[in-house]
Design a protein around this ligand. Structure first.
Ligand code: GDP
Length: 297
């Protein structure tokens, strides 16, 4: 196994919260994320986010940053959690005000509760004539989830993702929640983090999106991720710009691994390529043995 070094309290600095939006299909997840992406362009950076890389950071007008995980459905969240990866700090549960709390929504809520991930409720589509946000609050109350305006502990915001109403207020609530969590990381150590997605690109070879949870990832680092490893040849941000390092809570696309690690795999920066190769090989052998065992069962 790869040992984890302890961080000295003095090395810790605040980091951005990592947020996932979850909800029933058509309740407005895509519209909300699009609105946030299009209205919050990192200051001084030309061009918006064009790449889909499964995660991106936005810089708000108040200068603060939020990292959004944007993987289809909440399958990735579940898959990652099954692999022991807890990447999400805060979940936004989006519910359409002209509908009700649907089974998928309940599932997402259950996942968050099991993982101890704080939830903020976004009641969407309040611009619609049929919108009835109180019915949503009531649905939630029936699930023992009392929102703040009804005397409970859950932050809740009425929004229209389509018109952009209430979205700034929603993001303020995310930051408030984040402040209470006192999220910190140590940029002065070798990077660790989670693989968000991987693929094989015809021109570039294996391409993985990772989210750095601690430390700083640099070009030239030797990365071990699941059963894959390699020296980082290049790093790109969500704007497809070449970068030379990635800070805690920031996502990046990395080039240079010898394979495509699975979503949810943890990655570590190793001292030598030999060490990375040895551990990767051992893991692969273990996986093969486990595969054989399940086959003969
Ligand atoms: P997703 O499946 O959760 O990603 O939902 P989408 O963002 O694709 O939205 C589903 C549909 O609802 C689309 O037709 C959107 O235009 C519409 N929609 C999303 N948000 C709002 C909103 O705030 N108001 C209204 N009127 N329609 C919305």
């Amino acid at each position: 196994a790869v040992s984890e070094e302890q961080d000295d309290e003095n090395d810790l600095v605040p980091r951005a919260p990592i947020v996932t939006v979850m909800g029933h299909v058509d309740h407005g997840k895509t519209s909300l994320l699009d609105h946030i992406r299009n209205t919050n362009v990192i200051a001084g950076e030309a061009g918006g986010i064009t790449q889909h890389i499964g995660a991106y950071s936005v810089k708000l007008k108040n200068g603060r940053e939020i990292t959004f995980l944007d993987t289809p459905g909440h399958e990735a969240f579940t898959a990652m959690r099954a692999r022991g990866a807890q990447v999400t700090d805060i979940a936004i549960i989006i519910i359409a005000a002209d509908d009700s709390v649907m089974p998928t929504t309940k599932e997402a809520i259950a996942h968050c509760q099991a993982a101890g991930v704080p939830m903020i409720f976004a009641i969407n589509k309040i611009d619609k004539p049929g919108a009835n946000p109180d019915r949503i609050r009531e649905d939630l109350a029936n699930m023992n989830l009392l929102v703040e305006e009804w005397g409970g502990k859950y932050q809740c915001q009425e929004i229209s993702a389509k018109k952009g109403l209430g979205v700034d207020e929603l993001l303020d609530k995310v930051l408030l929640e984040a402040d209470m969590m006192d999220l910190k990381a140590n940029p002065n150590r070798k990077a660790t983090g989670t693989v968000i997605e991987s693929s094989l690109d015809k021109g570039r070879g294996y391409v993985s999106t990772v989210l750095v949870s601690n430390g700083t990832l640099h070009v030239g680092d030797i990365v071990l991720a699941g059963t894959c490893f390699g020296r980082v040849k290049a790093l790109f941000n969500e704007r497809n710009q070449n970068i030379d390092n990635v800070q805690p809570a920031e996502p990046a696309v990395i080039l240079g691994l010898n394979g495509a690690p699975t979503a949810g795999d943890q990655f570590h920066v190793m001292d030598t390529e030999q060490e990375a190769r040895d551990i990767a090989n051992k893991r692969e052998q273990l996986q093969r043995e486990q595969g054989l065992r399940t086959q003969t069962r």
